[in-house]
Design a protein around this ligand. Structure first.
Ligand code: 6PG
Length: 476
């Protein structure tokens, strides 16, 4: 019997679509799913309906599954991040041979990936901690793929990952080698932080148009569609506009009947914690996570809405506010991307990963959730640049200089009318802190020394020399 080129463990919608994608690219695929009843029904349905006539083979046991694969075996794990990944790896290990490759395509934490990499390599196997973005459609038609871990495994399987990946406008795959350790999953986690921030920025602009400017969903849809033809063009904007057009059977807008309580699987929170550990300001990501948490306070919000009043209604000029809002969205999105690249640069330094930020921006040009015209411009700008700080690069610094008045206006008017804009305003606060030569941290340092004798540096002395407000043990 001819052996399969690739194995896929896990037949949820992502696993199914990755299997179909691999098969469409001409690879023979073996699939395996856990044996519990509910998952089995979905998997059987998939196998009966979508796999007919394709080179996709389902095995009844793990040993058969592993046995059907050509050497070195390449096995993609597409299961929920966390304990399930460890369980699947442990199930596979007894059947693997030296040089076999496991590719974890979920949103695993990069530290778990580093641990799994060490364990598998110590046993003579290879491991790819592989970020995959693009949701179910991306998995089927070409996702953005961020593989890291065992370089030897990339040499063996890179051709396959690049074949199933999305392609940029020149036909180049949106998949390339990221680096060692858990770097592939770190980059995917950063992608998700930017994803959270961009989603929150668009949600805030929808709220601004709806509650502040009093626009209906059709009007908001046409503004978003118009934005999507220019410098704000993005996948998330496109789907947001589409969503606004979805109707209930009675013709009303579905969006108004969706519960306003945002869930999260954890990558945004993991990213926020990690960026704090690394000392990188990822403020738009924190705010996006925080806004989801506030949205979850459904009953509390209900009670508070009856206790507190808010400011009066907006009476100004809608068109000029829309122009300002467009600038606010652009600048805030730029800050979110900038914070993502700063975080990856810092992580690369800390973990010695040698990340190529221009290449990562290229991988994100198509297939992934945060693809946009702005990202394409960032990818161009990062080429041949040493600094990861995209805000300082002329195309972007000029845009911000031209647009910051509109940005400030939108944040001010939202605050004055009681519309929460945590992402738009935290991006602006970050920008204002970043462009301030002097910040009030001098007072913080003095306070720390006053109550805790922690020491402060002086502007007229070399860095690293510490002074105190008083002699040790003495009050002032
Ligand atoms: C992607 C997405 C994908 C998933 C998010 C959802 O790039 O395809 O990021 O991985 O949709 O993890 O995350 P939340 O449930 O946390 O919003």
């Amino acid at each position: 019997m001819n052996k399969s080129d690739i194995g896929i463990y896990g037949l949820g919608v992502m696993g199914q679509n990755l299997a179909l994608n691999c098969s469409q690219k001409g690879f023979a695929v073996s699939v395996y799913n856990r044996r519990d009843a509910c998952e089995l029904t979905a998997a059987n349905d998939f196998l009966c309906k979508k796999c007919k006539g394709k080179k996709i083979f389902c095995s009844a046991s793990i040993s058969d599954f592993v046995d059907t694969l050509s050497m070195p075996r390449k096995i993609m794990i597409v299961v929920k991040a966390g304990a399930a990944v460890d369980e699947v790896i442990e199930q596979l290990i007894p059947y693997l041979e030296t040089g076999d490759i496991i590719i974890d395509c979920g949103n695993s934490h990069f530290r778990d990936s580093a641990r799994r990499l060490s364990r598998l390599e110590s046993l003579g196997y290879y491991f790819i901690a592989c970020g995959v973005s693009g949701g179910k459609d991306g998995a089927l038609n070409g996702p953005s793929i961020m593989p890291g871990g065992s370089f030897r495994a990339w040499e063996e399987s890179g051709y396959l990952l690049q074949a199933i990946a999305a392609k940029d406008s020149d036909g180049n795959p949106c998949c390339d080698w990221i680096g060692p350790g858990g770097s592939g999953h770190f980059v995917k986690m950063t992608h998700n932080g930017v994803e959270y921030a961009l989603m929150q920025i668009l949600a805030e602009s929808y709220d601004f148009m709806k509650r502040l400017l009093g626009m209906n969903t059709d009007e908001i849809n046409s503004v978003m569609r118009e934005w999507n033809t220019g410098n704000l063009q993005s996948y998330l904007l496109e789907i947001s506009a589409d969503i606004l057009l979805i109707r209930e059977e009675d013709g009303s807008s579905l969006i108004e009947n969706i519960l306003d309580c945002a869930e999260q699987k954890g990558t945004g929170k993991d990213l926020s914690v990690t960026s704090m550990e690394l000392g990188v300001p990822s403020t738009t990501f924190y705010e996006a996570v925080g806004a989801r948490v506030v949205s979850g306070m459904v009953s509390e919000r209900n009670r508070a809405s009856k206790v507190f009043g808010g400011p009066g209604a907006f009476t100004g000029d809608r068109e000029s506010e829309l122009r300002a809002l467009k600038d606010a969205v652009y600048c805030s999105q730029l800050v979110a991307y900038a914070q993502g690249f700063l975080l990856m640069a810092r992580a690369s330094e800390e973990y010695n990963w040698g990340l190529d930020l221009a290449m990562i921006a290229h991988i994100w040009k198509n297939g992934c959730i945060i693809r946009s015209s702005l990202l394409e411009e960032i990818a161009e700008t990062l080429k041949d640049r040493r600094s990861p700080d995209i805000l300082l690069e002329p195309p972007f610094s000029e845009s911000i200089n031209n647009m910051q008045a509109g940005w400030r206006n939108s944040v001010t008017i939202a605050v004055n009318h009681g519309i929460p804009v945590p992402a738009l305003s935290s991006a602006l606060a970050y920008f204002d802190g970043y462009r301030s030569e002097r910040l009030p941290a001098n007072l913080i340092q003095a306070q720390r020394d006053y109550f805790g004798f922690h020491g402060y540096e002086r502007i007229d002395k070399p860095r690293g020399t510490f002074f105190h407000l008083s002699q040790e043990g003495e009050g002032i």
